[in-house]
Design a binder for this molecule. Sequence first.
Ligand code: DO4
Ligand code: MG
Length: 277
Amino acid sequence: MHLYQHQGKAIVKHQDVFYTSEQWAWDAFINRSGLHQHILSDLQGAEQNTDISEINEAGAPVISQEVWASGVTYLRSREARMQESKDAGGGDFYAKVYNAERPELFFKSAPYRVVGHQQPVRIRKDSKWNVPEPELTLFICSGGTIEGYTVGNDMSSRDIEGENPLYLPQAKSYDGAAALGPCLYVPESPIAEDTLIQLQITRGHSTVFQDEIRISRMKRKHQELVDYLTREMFFPSGVYLMTGTGIVPPDDFTLNVGDKVSITIEHIGTLTNTVSQ
Ligand code: DO4
Ligand code: MG
């Protein structure tokens, strides 16, 4: 089933039927262990709705949830970071974290900075080298279990990140740097290991970059990332965790204002954002 956030309430799409209820305040509705089963029982008393116009106005599937992110979980990300930071002597850090037991986890966004499907993502005015990072994003409830998935874009300023690894928070966190959507996918069992992630960047009428990768290429298990994230932190309304990128455009590529970034993850949907400044 797919959950859309509209004006703070959840709309459920299940077997091509939409369900709504005034009772379904987003934070409380999604923050339950065994969410899929809970929703199946909620649907019994809910109103069926054939008017799907509200879906087009759905916001990011976030009200009070922080967004965290994982780094260097795919070989391609390790290679790209080593290359961009080699002059700063930062390359070794990325090789080490790729192989270390402890993953790289960083704070990506407060909920009020997250943008949804069809809203603009931003590139920083003080950066000249920017890329989107298409990432499967986990939803973990306050009990610490993975309850759903969404599509994430971890917008990144590669020149700032490459200048010094200590600049990572500035390369990763700014207004419009985190996009999530278009919905929260809540399956009965964990998402398939061969799930495909696709990225397409269009400029005017041309595709200027596209690539794809399966989540089976990720070095770490989802549960491993979640265990580290929740070791010493409690998230009262649950939390989103981006799982890292396996797609990085070549080093001569940077996003331009006006580019359209579309990220599709099988079973979930497509998150599309236009780049602004
Ligand atoms: O270590 C820097 C950031 C890594 C990252 O965002 C990724 O691998 O997706
Ligand atoms: Mg990333």
